[in-house]
Design a protein around this ligand. Sequence first.
Ligand code: NAD
Ligand code: MG
Length: 343
Amino acid sequence: MAHVYYEKDANPKQLAGKTIAIIGYGSQGHAHALNLRDSGHQVIIGLPPASASRAKASAQKLEVVEPGEAARRGDIIAVLIPDPVQPRVYAEAIAPHLGPGKTLLFAHGFNIHFKFISPPPEVDVIMVAPKSPGHRMRELFTEGIGVPALLAVERDASGQAEPNALAYAQGIGCLKAGVIRTTFKEETETDLFGEQAVLCGGVSALITAAFETLVDAGYQPEIAYFECLHELKLIVDLIYQGGIKYMRYSVSDTAEYGDYTRGPVVIDAHVRETMKRILADVQSGKFAQEWMEENAQGRKNFLALRARAADHLIEQVGVELRKMMAWNRPAEELTAAQASARR
Ligand code: NAD
Ligand code: MG
């Protein structure tokens, strides 16, 4: 079973006198920065002069400098910018300031594990990855509640990598909930596999295929939307609250019988074989390489896929049906707010 750290495992004085440089002020960056500052740590923010996030960080009375300056002054340098842009920012602004006593911290193992970033041997490399979107983590922190996180040490040059990571995890509030020890390899590979097989890829494809099956068979798209997409939230909420067993306890016996007898027919041996192939592509680095090349080439294919998916009948039906849901804040409005928060 996993090793879990709690408050008692951290030394609150471990980072005394140290400066924590947070590169990026997006979802994770703003939450880490504000939580660490409120926990009494010395925090500076690294952002390019043109970044719109600068005003937000300044409004919170945080000191904002250029990424290179932050990396120079930071003892712990937290790289909290989008994964595809990390290698360039690392090479240009961070690498020139690395040396003994410096720590690089990540919230996802992607670039270190797949070696798009290769720090020099005298630098500590650690990960503290909260299992929550940044905004939720910040909100809960102000209520005195922590979210769980994963912690890993890729390189311990100083002999202080783990105590430093624990003090950081404490500073952002995660030790209140518990922090699970992992490795960069395990976090990265399971994260990519989970989002591809289940959370994003698997679920979206399952919903869409079932929706198309009903519509092709002559059923109304609106009805298909409710049955195959809308009601998923009710089911996932039950699973989140009490596991699959609790969901099965809550639905009708008819639904439960269909679940046991038909679920494995949909997700059959062939799908399991496919999942192994997806995992193999994650493990070999094939997927990571493909995605970084896609980014290097201007994301044309990615943007085309995004545009095509956004045009699907299920989305058109959804826009209309969600107008019937007065309790559901329109996602169109929400996405615009999120996009502006990230800029
Ligand atoms: P984000 O997309 O919210 O980051 C945007 C921020 O990065 C903005 O402040 C922007 O100004 C800054 N930025 C963009 N390009 C930059 C550049 N060239 N130089 C300097 N700053 C730049 O990112 P995020 O979702 O917070 O992800 C950060 C890291 O956290 C990633 O490694 C991600 O995998 C990991 N992570 C994210 C979440 C999440 O919920 N979003 C959860 C766990 C881990
Ligand atoms: Mg994940």
